[in-house]
Design a protein around this ligand. Structure first.
Ligand SMILES: C[S@@+](CC[C@H](N)C(=O)[O-])C[C@H]1O[C@@H](n2cnc3c(N)ncnc32)[C@H](O)[C@@H]1O
Length: 236
């Protein structure tokens, strides 16, 4: 988890094209939605990068586990409602027309049991005929362990290097990030441990089906990572 790097998240992912992702998401929603309502809950919303591109079309609310991510989102978008909760067991006592979980955040569930709990919990926050869209992470076959990775931020008041060598334990991807960060306040070094479940398409599909959803996969999402699109069983 981003337990120490939250304040650098937007700089690290400044190359991420939130506008294009939101455009793709809107196309998928338009294709598959059965309800006229436009309430949308974005689970694992992070710093709210999708907010500017979704809040015109949808009554957007965000949810994340990390209080610091939420503090950044609330500061950036004071008019938007953000909830704190774990995707596995949050309870808002309300249902939405659309629930999303983007940028492979679902993989933080780590185990298939927790994947199923999270999908069922998000499905439980959908109105009948509502739409669940979950962007998946890599499969065990796609993950390459023992590969060095580095990324750099070079801004006038922020220089940052983040490096890791990809690890794997069973079907869990291990990312031990090492950060070296220079700001006007000085230089700091810290590490951060991330564990991400490497689920197969069959595991994602089975989690949706077990949650009572009709499901299909959009293979174009995020350079082929794929998006699972589920419709909650109709009350008709
Ligand atoms: C890669 S970031 C994605 C953030 C945002 N959706 C985006 O596209 O920039 C993953 C997010 O998942 C959140 N997260 C991880 N585990 C979670 C959980 N169990 N429940 C809710 N959020 C979680 C993290 O705090 C982080 O904000």
């Amino acid at each position: 988890m981003f337990t120490r790097s939250e304040r650098y998240y937007d700089a690290i992912y400044s190359g991420k094209d939130y506008a294009a992702e939101a455009a793709h998401l809107k196309k998928l929603i338009a294709e598959h939605k059965r309800l006229d309502g436009n309430s949308l809950l974005d689970v694992a919303c992070g710093t709210g990068g999708h907010v500017p591109y979704l809040s015109d079309d949808f009554a957007y609310e965000g949810l994340d586990l990390d209080p610091e991510m939420l503090a950044l989102s609330r500061k950036r978008f004071p008019d938007v409602i953000f909830h704190q909760g774990d995707m596995v067991d949050f309870t808002l006592g309300r249902q939405f027309d659309i629930v999303t979980c983007l940028f492979s955040s679902i993989a933080y569930t780590r185990t298939e049991e927790r994947l199923r709990q999270a999908v069922a919990n998000m499905a439980g926050h959908l109105r009948p005929d509502g739409l669940l869209l979950i962007g998946s992470f890599l499969t065990p076959q796609e993950w390459i362990p023992g590969h060095p990775h580095a990324m750099f931020v070079d801004q006038p008041e922020l220089k940052l290097a983040r490096m890791n060598v990809s690890g794997m334990e069973g079907n869990v991807a291990i990312l031990d990030f090492h950060y070296l960060v220079a700001t006007p306040e000085g230089i700091e070094y810290f590490t951060e441990h991330h564990e991400l479940g490497l689920f197969t398409p069959e595991q994602y599909l089975a989690a949706f089906t077990a949650a009572g959803l009709e499901v299909l996969r959009d293979s174009e999402w995020l350079g082929g990572r794929g998006m699972y699109i589920g419709v909650r069983g109709s009350a008709r």
